[in-house]
Design a protein around this ligand. Sequence first.
Ligand SMILES: [Zn+2]
Length: 101
Amino acid sequence: MYQCKNCLKNINANISSFLFILSSRPKQYPYRLKAHWCKRSDSNQQKTKSSNTQELPSNFNKTFVKEKIKPSTDPGGKGLEIEKEIQVCPDCYHDLNKQHS
Ligand SMILES: [Zn+2]
């Protein structure tokens, strides 16, 4: 149960609420070096897994794990950031979308 912020009616349970964006502002995201860490997808890695299923590599320790994980940078850029949004009922959401489109 929630109150629609547009029509101020109390909405019963089991009826979905929607977030309607009233305003947004431009946002500049910075360049971040080594922001994401992900596993490498080498073709050699798949061959060793399929052929040597029971044998572990000789260098299976922390250095082996470090070799498999590769950092990638986040290039940053421009985007939109939500400034203000309201929780509305399905009827109001469709009406507001028609008005703003
Ligand atoms: Zn409403």
